[in-house]
Structure formats: structure tokens, C-alpha cells
Design a protein around this ligand. Structure first.
Ligand SMILES: [Mn+2]
Length: 340
């Protein structure tokens, strides 16, 4: 059971003007925990402001109250988020301050205490109050325990939002951090009315055709060496597929190769200043670890799934990072053989 420090409950109980934010490029756990916290706070009689720098992905827009999230595209983002003073700011599912993007404005928001609620083992404890629970598979799992502590029932909208994060972060209960406690929380959320089949279908069992088209353009670049499989994509393939440059979801697929212990997908992006950066998305098979690798490159994540963004081009970044992955894979194989 996860311990909740009294300071966390105290901060929530005493604040009234509350800003809740989650991370850039939001996933199901980011949106689910953000909305879940919204429902929790409304249940306590508060009216929180929910904000994200980046847009809510299409598949999560149907979640209850998703339309109330203020994103950078909204006309009132500056006045109601960036330039508004609050008496508590809550960062959900973010492992480091940069993950909050420009939804957090330290000049204004720095006046209020920052409460960090996160389950990433790479969390840098950047809040004034930090509740970090790496034993939880999702931030949404932590919020289920928070609801218990605040005597808020795990039903209705809250249950639907929280089960979404649990399903997406565990790839529907398939990752190695899917403990009996995860299933126990999922069971209670289902008993509270959340539909596992609807959430799985909406989040994991579907793709726009353009995404499958994108995969067909990226897959010819795959390489496999020394237990490391990788692929690379630059902007033109996204344009050809008709998609904005972003996450491909391919690294989870690549790591299913029998011969691979780790995977990476590299996506080159154009930065506003004219330079380029490469987004690296890593996956590892059970017993292997890509969290440390991502952290050493300025990113973060979990042992089985992590990422980072590096300045440069594919030609500069890929050989360097693949070399580091091969070294990490060899060292981890050595440790695994000692352990046997
Ligand atoms: Mn998460």
C-alpha cells in the first residue's frame, strides 16, 4: 500500500485556487490523472483549473470534462493559466519541471506551493511537496489511493478517467509493473462503472489509417544489431503519411522482435530556432532497463519505457545513442548472468 504523506492531504484540503497540470505530449495517464484530479477536487467542493501545453489527443477527448482542459491553443490560456495566480499548483505524471512545458509559469505560479504527484522512478523531486510512488504503474493508480484517503468513491467520471491511465500505462495490464495491487484498483474502478472494453478499444486497439501508413514508411529503416533494434524517421515521412511530427508508437512494436532486448525509434524534428532535434523513444524487454539510459541523456521514464530529446540530426544522434544502447544491453546481460 502506498503511503500518502499528511502534507499532500493538507495541501489539497486547504487550497481553493488550484491549478492542475500534466506533461507535454500528454498520454492516457497524463489526461486521465489530470481529469481524475479535477473530479476529485470538484468532489471536495473546489473548482480547479485544468491545463496542458499540448492538445488532448483525439482518443482522450471523449473523457468526461476533457473539453474543460485549457490548452495553449485556447484564447484564454495566457489569462486563465499562465498569468493567473493560484494558491496551489499540482503537477501530475511529470518526472521533471521541463515536462510541464509552458503551462507552468514560474514567475507567477512560483508564488504558490507546487505539489508533485508522479510514479516515474526518474522523478527529480522538483516540487515543494513531492509524492512519488514508483511502485504504482500509473499516476491514476496513485489518485485511486488519494480518493480512498479523501473518502471519495471510485465511481462514475472519476473511475472512467483513472482506469484510462491505468490501461494505457500498462498496455492493458501487460507490463512488468502490473502487480496484484494494479489489478485490485482496476477491479474497483470497473465495479465503479468504468468499462474496460470501451477504454481498451478506444486507446489501444485502434489507429488512424495514416498511422499505419506512417509505419509502412518508417519500417524500411529498421536495423537489428547486438540485441538492439531501431528505426528512424524525419519530417518528410510524417508529411507523406499526413500526420504531424510526433510519437509513432512503433518502439513498443519493435521490441517484440525475439532477437531484441531493447528498441528505439528516433524522430527528427524542426525546432522554431531553425535547428533540429531528435526525439528518442526507448522500450526494453522485462529484466532490461532503459530508464537509466534516458536519464543520462537528459530524459526520463520507466525501466521498460523511456525517452529523451537530443539536439542534432538523425545522422549525429542515432549512431551515438545506438552505441550507448548496445553498451547498456551488454552490461545488463552480464549482470543478469551473474544473478542466475
Ligand atoms: Mn504515467
Amino acid at each position: 500500500m502506498t503511503i500518502i504523506e499528511p502534507a499532500v492531504l493538507h495541501a489539497l484540503t486547504n487550497a481553493n485556487q488550484i491549478l492542475c497540470i500534466s506533461h507535454i505530449n500528454p498520454d492516457g495517464d497524463a489526461v486521465g490523472s489530470l481529469l481524475g484530479m479535477g473530479w476529485l477536487l470538484r468532489h471536495m467542493g473546489k473548482q480547479p483549473t485544468l491545463a496542458l501545453q499540448d492538445a488532448v489527443p483525439h482518443e482522450h477527448q471523449v473523457l468526461p470534462a476533457a473539453a474543460t482542459i485549457i490548452t495553449a491553443q485556447a484564447a484564454n490560456y495566457r489569462s486563465d493559466v499562465q498569468e493567473r495566480a493560484f494558491d496551489l499548483v499540482i503537477s501530475l505524471d511529470g518526472s521533471s519541471p521541463d515536462r510541464m512545458g509552458n503551462a507552468y509559469n514560474s514567475a507567477v505560479h512560483g508564488q504558490a506551493p507546487l505539489l508533485v504527484i508522479d510514479h516515474h522512478i526518474t522523478n527529480t523531486f522538483f516540487g515543494d511537496i513531492n509524492w512519488v510512488a514508483p511502485e504504482c504503474a500509473a499516476t491514476c493508480q496513485m489518485l485511486a489511493y488519494l480518493a480512498d484517503a479523501l473518502q471519495v468513491p471510485l465511481t462514475g467520471e472519476l473511475a472512467e478517467c483513472l482506469l484510462t491511465g491505468l490501461v494505457t500505462d500498462t498496455l492493458c495490464f501487460r507490463t512488468s509493473n502490473t502487480t496484484p495491487a494494479v489489478l485490485e484498483v482496476a477491479q474497483r474502478l470497473m465495479q465503479g462503472g468504468a468499462s474496460l472494453v470501451d477504454i481498451t478499444q478506444r486507446t489501444l486497439n485502434r489507429q488512424p489509417f495514416a498511422m499505419i501508413k506512417l509505419w509502412s514508411l518508417i519500417l524500411p529503416t529498421i536495423q537489428l544489431e547486438d540485441g538492439v533494434i531501431w528505426a528512424a524517421a524525419d519530417q518528410p515521412v510524417f508529411a507523406q503519411a499526413g500526420l504531424p511530427v510526433g510519437d509513432t508508437g512503433l518502439s513498443s512494436y519493435l521490441v517484440t522482435a525475439d532477437e531484441a532486448a531493447m528498441s528505439a525509434v528516433f524522430v527528427q524534428k524542426q525546432e522554431p530556432a531553425g535547428s533540429t532535434s531528435v526525439e528518442c523513444s526507448f522500450r526494453a524487454k522485462p529484466r532490461y532497463n532503459v530508464a537509466q539510459l534516458a536519464l543520462s541523456l537528459g530524459g526520463g521514464g520507466h525501466p521498460a519505457a523511456s525517452g529523451c530529446t537530443l539536439a542534432g540530426t538523425l545522422a549525429e544522434v542515432v549512431p551515438h545513442v545506438v552505441g550507448l544502447m548496445k553498451t547498456a544491453r551488454r552490461e545488463q546481460d552480464r549482470q543478469l548472468s551473474y544473478a542466475q
